[in-house]
Each structure stands twice: as structure tokens, then as C-alpha cells.
Design a protein around this ligand. Structure first.
Ligand SMILES: Cc1ncc(C[n+]2csc(CCOP(=O)(O)OP(=O)(O)O)c2C)c(N)n1
Length: 662
């Protein structure tokens, strides 16, 4: 492997510039990850110079090719490349690499740095997001007449061995293969090293066979410095008619360093001396943080010119499309602005005798979504019939039915959640995904990512307590709800009946930058006289006042609200006046004014008791006493399990009396 394989002096110089900037960025920050960044720089350069279509003057142009750096630790490479490619990242920004408040943080952050299409760093999540982007592109293109004139692009992703060791990668690869995402191109840097040592210490499988088995098109570049070979592989990949493409690129970690080939270059800056040594090998003879104008010109005249021309042409096509298909063009614009009027989801006039599981109410809403919002796409991880995410009559999204609205993600919770993030990063879709609450753990890192990326993801988690019953402790969520509530920026809503479920869906659909988790139950719940879809917006409200001055406040969510109302009646019969607060969302409640909060939680903390059939940890903030389930559940008929944990009206009343010392 040597630099003489580089095809021209100008290209050679540009690759040297990128590599030298990586050395400078990491040296100056005294941290960062030069190893893979240095070895795979030629691939990113060729991608940007010859293939990627994007417009640095409008980084959010919706028809751009997407690029996801799944190996987010190689951020120094991405920032250097974006800088040279004309994005609004200055040399000063590169000098500020990894410093507080900079545009160039340790790992790429979506929404912060122009040209960064996804937050990445937790290995393999970028790959799953790229899969979602490619799905979004297919779905949107197929959903509009002559859709290819307004949306048609590739999704590129760069990963290393680390991403492919993660289990998530298998889910994502398998999903992409099944979905025949032929416009997804994954560049895999096979540098034979991870953080701790040579890859063979932990990875010996045949990656080519692995991707072939998942129905991918597999290409190989034997020398990661061979620009012509990289270019040829990218050309072939773009021509793949049926399958996503893997380009496996052999490289040497830390290329140019005296320590090249060693994992020691993975996460340690080269330092001054080794940096000079490497730059000499690249033939790059410029001071630190210095790039000759001809390198900028090279990328401006290739990447920059191509992108601006493509953008201009697309604007023209869009204008013609607006004239030819005004209705569809308006929907397309609405979709990318996530323009959903709050009144879109009408709240039905419910029969007071309604007795319905909140998952069923949610299912009825899901079923009418495509009629209300033509740009929806959702699905579940093989529990559509349980979580009620199916859309009657929908053929299911696949290569034959790209305009379908429902995705069978398969039992791949983590990739499903990563893919939803990718779809939302892409834009143009309103999405939702469903699973059992207990399995939210399988996707938790992606839920956290939704929040980090400020994406309006919608999670439908049903089977929300020990009332799951027969399936037993493996399927009964205990600590999951607390864990979700602890994620900053995630709205968790556990509605108590059909009306609140509508309110919860309204919150989720109206959200522009906040993910929402709807916590839904399996068992039927009565419609409560005092419930309100509107009041739910404030997170908590008095749902059942006391007849006389209350001595006690019962705070409950979901299925426990109707239980609390029953307990209220039993206490009243004993002369104890209690009022019931429905608190479907602690996050929405915390966002209210102090006055509003004080108007809901009116009694002193010592006079409040919270009730939830899961871990009680969330509630001590609001109540002195908590009636909860703080151990794994039991298998049995739901009513028996509920009784065993004392969540019947009589048992809760007895507990309340005991708390009151009566
Ligand atoms: C989920 C997750 N686990 C662990 C890490 C810490 N980590 C960052 S890079 C890395 C090694 C990645 O190896 P590879 O993709 O081969 O990158 P290279 O060593 O070539 O830079 C590890 C373990 C992480 N970022 N994400």
C-alpha cells in the first residue's frame, strides 16, 4: 500500500491535506481518534470529490445525498473534509476541535455542525440510522406521482470493525438486505484494529460472507490508498439495481504514523514528532492548519460545483412539479415542515360506557393516520397485533410496495428504533414504532439518541405493567418506565383512558423536536368522567375532586387512575376525603408554571400518595408515600397477579389507611 497509487498530484495533495488536518486537530486538542481517520481519509475524499451530491451553501437541502459517519470517533476526518468541501466550518473551528462550545465536538452532533447528517459515536447506531434514511428515501419517492423528480438520492455510511462487531449492525444489515435498499452504500474500513488491539482478538468471521448472506452486493478494495479503485467501487455501488452495497476497504490503521498498524494510533494523537514524520510520508510540506488554495479549488470545482448544479436543477424540477401536481407538491412541502395542525386528530364524542385498553384506542388512531397524514410510516418489531400498530389493508412496506405505510421491522427492536431516527433525520415522514414496554430496554440507546438529536420520534409501548399477567416476570415491566422518564428531553405519557390516549397522540404528532413515548395498557380501562385530552397537555390535572375539603391527594397514571377513583369512593365511605390527580406525564407537568403546579398538587407532600404498578422510584419527588411494585412480577391470570401485588381497590384502600395510621 503506498501513495504512488494515488491517481494524480492534486488528489494526492488533497488527501495529504485531510490527513494533516486530522493530525493537527487531534494534536491541538490533545485528544481524539486519529487512527482510522488517517487510514480511511482517501475513501472519504473520493466520495466527496467524485460522488456525493450535496450543496455546502444549503446543507439541509432535502434532495442531497446523505452521509453518516457511523464510526463517529473519526470526527476529525469528517470536520476536515467538510471544511475543505466548503461547509461553514472554518480553520478556527478545526483548531477548536473538541473544545467547549465548538462547532467541532468530540463526536458529530446533528443540528450543530453544518454537513453533519446524523449524531454518531455509539457504534453501529449511525449504520441503523443510515438504513432508516434509505428507507425514507424509497418510501417518499414512491409516495408521490413522479416522485423521483422531487426526491432521489443515495445514502452513504462509513463504519469500522467496531460498528460491525455490535449486534445492532446485524439487525440493521439484515433489515437493509430484506428491504433491498439498493441506494444504501456502506464503506467498511477493515483496518484490522479496534481500540484495545488487533481485530483478530475479537472478530474472525468472514464479513463478505456475512453481508452476502444478508443479500447485499459486496465489493472489495484491496488498498485503501488506491483512489482509482475506491472510485470504481463507488461507481459500481451506485449502479447496484437491487441490493445495498458493502465496499470493504483494506487499510492500515494510523497510516503514516511510525506506529501505523498498531491499535495505539486508534485514540492517541500522534504528537509533534510523529505528526511531522507522517506528513513527510504524505509528502505534505505545509505548516500546521495550513492548506494550499488549490486543494480548496479542487473540491470547489468538483464537489461544490456538482452539488450546486444538482441543487439548481432540482429547484427547477420542483417548480415544474408544483405546477403539474399542485396538491401533491403542497403535501410534500408540508411533510418536510412537519406541518400537522393540532386539530387534525379530532377527539371523538365517546360513549360514557367506553371500556377499552389504551393500546386499542391507540390502534384506532394508527389505523386512521394515513388518511389524516399521507406522509406517515410506522411499524413494529413483530408485535403489530399486540401493540396495535397495523393499518388495515396495508400491504406492508417492501421492495414491491414502497408506498405502503406499515413496516414489518422484524424482531429487531434496536435497529427499528435506529431506523426511525434515520427516517426523521431524513425528513418528510411522520413515524411511529411499537413494542412491549419491557423491551424498550432493547432500544433504549436509540431512544436516548432520538432525544439527543431532537427528533419527534413516536414510541408506542404497550403491556405496561404487571397486568401483563400470564407471560410473567420476563414480560412485566418494572424499572423501564423510570428509565424512560430519566432520559432528558423525552416526553413520556401514560394515558388513563381513551380520551387521554387521544390527547397523548396529539402531543406526539404536534411535537417538532421532542420524542414521545406513549405507555399503553393491554387491559380494558373505563372512560373516566373527569378525563380530558386537553388537560393532558399540562401533564397533570385534578381528574376527580373530593366532595368536601380533601385531606389526601392520590396521584396516579394510566390504569391506576381508575383504581384511584375507586379507592377515593371507598375512603369517602370511611369518612376520608381524597382527591385524585391524573399525572400522565411528569415531563409535561414539569414544564408548567409554578402556579399551575401548585394548583394541581394542592396539599402538602406528606398528604400525597402516588400509585403506579411499576417501580415507585419516579414518585418520591411528588409524594411522601408510594404504592408501587419494586420487584419482578409474577406469572398468572392478570387479576390474580394484580391482587397478589395488592392493586385492587380494597387492598389499596387498606394500604392508604395504614399509611394514614387508621
Ligand atoms: C457502543 C460503543 N461501544 C464502545 C465504544 C468505544 N469505542 C469507540 S471506538 C472503539 C473501537 C472501534 O473500532 P473500529 O471501528 O475498528 O475503529 P478504529 O479502531 O479502526 O478506529 C470503541 C470500542 C463506542 N463508541 N460505542
Amino acid at each position: 500500500m503506498d501513495l504512488f497509487n494515488l491517481d494524480s498530484g492534486a488528489d494526492n495533495l488533497a488527501v495529504g491535506a485531510i490527513r494533516s488536518l486530522i493530525i493537527d486537530e487531534t494534536n491541538r486538542a490533545k485528544s481524539g481518534h486519529p487512527g482510522m481517520a488517517l487510514d480511511i481519509a482517501p475513501a472519504l475524499f473520493v466520495l466527496f470529490k467524485n460522488h456525493l451530491i450535496a450543496d455546502p451553501s444549503d446543507p439541509n437541502w432535502i434532495n442531497r445525498d446523505r452521509f453518516v459517519l457511523s464510526a463517529g470517533h473519526c470526527s476529525a476526518l469528517l470536520y476536515a473534509t467538510l471544511h475543505l468541501a466548503g461547509y461553514a466550518i472554518s480553520m478556527e473551528d478545526l483548531k477548536a476541535f473538541r473544545s467547549l462550545g465548538s462547532l467541532t465536538p468530540g463526536h458529530p452532533e446533528f443540528g450543530l455542525t453544518p454537513g453533519v447528517d446524523a449524531t454518531a459515536g455509539p457504534l453501529a447506531q449511525g449504520l441503523s440510522q443510515a438504513v432508516g434514511m434509505a428507507m425514507a428515501e424509497e418510501a417518499i419517492r414512491a409516495s408521490y406521482p413522479e416522485g423521483e423528480t422531487i426526491l432521489s438520492h443515495h445514502t452513504y455510511c462509513l463504519c469500522g470493525d467496531g460498528c460491525l462487531e455490535e449486534g445492532l449492525s446485524q439487525e440493521a444489515i439484515s433489515l437493509a438486505g430484506k428491504q433491498k435498499l439498493s441506494k444504501l452504500i456502506l464503506i467498511y474500513d477493515a483496518n484490522g484494529s479496534t481500540l484495545d488491539g488487533p481485530t483478530v482478538n475479537s472478530l474472525t468471521e468472514n464479513e463478505k460472507l456475512r453481508f452476502l448472506a444478508a443479500q447485499w452486493n459486496v465489493l472489495e478494495v484491496k488498498d485503501g490508498n488506491d483512489l482509482a479503485a475506491l472510485d470504481g467501487a463507488l461507481k459500481k455501488a451506485k449502479a447496484s439495481p437491487l441490493y445495498p452495497t458493502l465496499i470493504l476497504v483494506h487499510t492500515i490503521i494510523g497510516y503514516g504514523s511510525a506506529l501505523q498498524g498498531s491499535h495505539k494510533t486508534h485514540g492517541t494523537p500522534l504528537g509533534e514528532e510523529d505528526g511531522r514524520h507522517a506528513k513527510a510520508i504524505y509528502g505534505y510540506d505545509y505548516p500546521d492548519f495550513t492548506v494550499p488554495q488549490k486543494v480548496y479549488d479542487l473540491l470547489k470545482n468538483s464537489f461544490g460545483a456538482r452539488g450546486q448544479e444538482a441543487h439548481r436543477e432540482w429547484e427547477g424540477r420542483l417548480r415544474r412539479y408544483e405546477a403539474a401536481h399542485p396538491t401533491e407538491a403542497a403535501v410534500f412541502a408540508r411533510a418536510f415542515h412537519r406541518d400537522i395542525p393540532p386539530s387534525l386528530l379530532e377527539i371523538p364524542a365517546f360513549d360514557p360506557a367506553t371500556n377499552e385498553a389504551t393500546r386499542a384506542t391507540s390502534g384506532a388512531i394508527v389505523a386512521k393516520l394515513p388518511a389524516l397524514i399521507p406522509f406517515t410510516l410506522g411499524g413494529s418489531a413483530d408485535v403489530a397485533s399486540s401493540v396495535k400498530t397495523a393499518i388495515p389493508g396495508d400491504p406492508g412496506f417492501d421492495s414491491e410496495h414502497r408506498a405502503a405505510k406499515n413496516v414489518a421491522f422484524g424482531i429487531r427492536e434496536f435497529a427499528m428504533a435506529g431506523a426511525q431516527n434515520g427516517m426523521l433525520l431524513h425528513g418528510g415522514l411522520v413515524t411511529y414504532i411499537g413494542s412491549f414496554l419491557v423491551f424498550s430496554d432493547y432500544m433504549k440507546a436509540a431512544i436516548r439518541m432520538s432525544s439527543l438529536e431532537h427528533l419527534p420520534a413516536i414510541y408506542l409501548f404497550s403491556h405496561d405493567s404487571i397486568a401483563v399477567g400470564e407471560d410473567g416476570p420476563t414480560h412485566e415491566p418494572i424499572e423501564q418506565l423510570v428509565a424512560l422518564r430519566s432520559i432528558p428531553g423525552l416526553d413520556v405519557i401514560r394515558p388513563c383512558d381513551a380520551r387521554e390516549t387521544y390527547g397523548a397522540w396529539r402531543v406526539a404528532l404536534a411535537s417538532a423536536h421532542t420524542p414521545t413515548a406513549l405507555i399503553l395498557c393491554r387491559q380494558d380501562l373505563p372512560l373516566l368522567a373527569g378525563s380530558s385530552a386537553d388537560k393532558l397537555l399540562q401533564g397533570a390535572y385534578l381528574i376527580s375532586p373530593s366532595a368536601k375539603t380533601a385531606a389526601l391527594e392520590l396521584i396516579a397514571t394510566g390504569s391506576e387512575v381508575s383504581l384511584a377513583v375507586s379507592v377515593q369512593a371507598l375512603l369517602a365511605a370511611k369518612g376520608i376525603e381524597a382527591e385524585v390527580v391524573s399525572m400522565p406525564s411528569t415531563e409535561l407537568f414539569e414544564a408548567q408554571s409554578e402556579d399551575y403546579k401548585a394548583s394541581v398538587l394542592r396539599l402538602p407532600r406528606a398528604s400525597r400518595i402516588a400509585l403506579e404498578m411499576l417501580s415507585g422510584l419516579s414518585w418520591y419527588k411528588y409524594a411522601e408515600n408510594v404504592i408501587s411494585v419494586d420487584e419482578f412480577g409474577k406469572s398468572g391470570v392478570p387479576s390474580d397477579v394484580i391482587a397478589a401485588y395488592g392493586f385492587t381497590p380494597a387492598a389499596v384502600t387498606a394500604k392508604v389507611l395504614a399509611i394514614l395510621g387508621k
